[in-house]
Each structure stands twice: as structure tokens, then as C-alpha cells.
Write a protein that binds this ligand. Structure first.
Ligand SMILES: [Zn+2]
Ligand SMILES: [Zn+2]
Length: 186
């Protein structure tokens, strides 16, 4: 059985009968093409290198538990100063899959409870590992990547990178409310 992501659209699907009493271990590469396909035209993140994941599948009757970790490294741009940065994510995989229609009852009001994040479903007796990994990685991506928590960003007036230099814009009138407040205090 070929498990490689040879095509961007290929999917790792595991028939549940392949999961024996000792479970099943999967080690797989996440190709650059897969990232390109998965991240789409998202300008925030892109991959220069493949990632990978490991997963152990265990089965109890119809219920399949997937546990493992994905490891990805993505290039991004700091949302404050626009400098390039690398986001390294080690994302735990921990999902329990039920046959579609046999998931534990929940979310009658359409709301997804916190506990439901670790629950998914499968169809046609096949575990779609690719979507398990994709969802976990996406949830783990930072919404607003920054080069460092203390990044000072760019001056809104002159555009200078305030991590590297200072400017005089802040002492001029009509800047940000924050600057005005600081000047009041002085
Ligand atoms: Zn920054
Ligand atoms: Zn400035």
C-alpha cells in the first residue's frame, strides 16, 4: 500500500481492518506540495521543507483512536514588523473516530463543546489520516505570528522598524491615542 503523498491531492486512508490487536503505526511525510495545497493561497504561511507525522492507531470494535504528533516548520511574516520568521509546530494528534452517524450524541444546539475537538468520524471503514493531521495542524497555527512577543512593530507614521531604530514621530502631535496619553503623563 502506497502511503506517500505523491500527489498533492492524495490522501492517507487506512482501512480499519489493517489495525490489528497491537494497533498500527504510521510514519508519513507531509510534502511541500501538500502544504501548498492545504494552505492554499494563504499568504501568512508557506512551507519550504516537508513536515512529517507519526501516528499510532488503536481500535476497539468500531472505535478508532489516533494518537501521535505532527512536526511542521512554516515560514511566515511577523504581523507587526513584517520581518520573516519560522513557525515550528509540534502538534499532538489525539482523536477518537467513530463510524459516521455513531458519534456520541452532543451539540444539539449546534455548538461545539471543547471536548468534541478530540472526536471525529469516519466513513466506508476508512480512517482519513490526512484530514486528522490537517485539522490538528490548522488549529495549532498561530493567528497572528510575531517574531518575538516583545516585537515593537513598525512606526505607523514613518514605517521604521522600531525593533532596530527609533524615530521622532512619537513626539509630534496627532499620533496615536497611546502616544498622546504617554505625553500627557510626562
Ligand atoms: Zn516582529
Ligand atoms: Zn516614525
Amino acid at each position: 500500500m502506497e502511503l506517500g503523498f505523491l500527489e498533492p491531492e492524495s490522501i492517507v486512508k487506512i482501512h480499519i481492518d489493517k489495525i490489528g490487536d497491537d494497533g498500527l503505526d504510521i510514519n508519513e511525510t507531509l510534502s511541500v506540495d501538500w502544504f501548498t495545497q492545504t494552505l492554499g493561497k494563504d499568504p501568512i504561511f508557506h512551507a519550504e521543507n516537508p513536515g512529517f507525522f507519526t501516528a499510532h492507531l488503536a481500535r476497539a470494535d468500531e472505535v478508532v483512536h489516533v494518537q501521535g504528533e505532527s512536526s511542521v516548520e512554516l515560514d511566515a511574516t511577523c504581523v507587526r514588523c513584517l520581518e520573516p520568521l519560522t513557525v515550528s509546530l509540534k502538534t499532538p494528534l489525539d482523536v477518537t473516530l467513530f463510524p459516521r452517524g455513531k458519534e456520541p450524541a452532543a451539540k444539539s444546539d449546534g455548538e461545539v463543546a471543547e471536548d468534541d475537538l478530540g472526536v471525529s468520524s469516519y466513513e466506508h471503514q476508512e480512517i482519513d489520516l490526512e484530514s486528522v493531521v490537517r485539522e490538528a495542524v490548522f488549529l495549532d497555527l498561530p493567528m497572528n505570528p510575531v517574531c518575538q512577543e516583545s516585537c515593537k512593530g513598525l512606526c505607523a507614521t514613518c514605517g521604521i522598524n522600531l525593533n532596530r531604530a527609533t524615530c521622532d514621530c512619537a513626539v509630534q502631535p496627532g499620533i496615536t491615542p497611546w502616544e498622546a496619553l504617554k505625553q500627557l503623563k510626562i
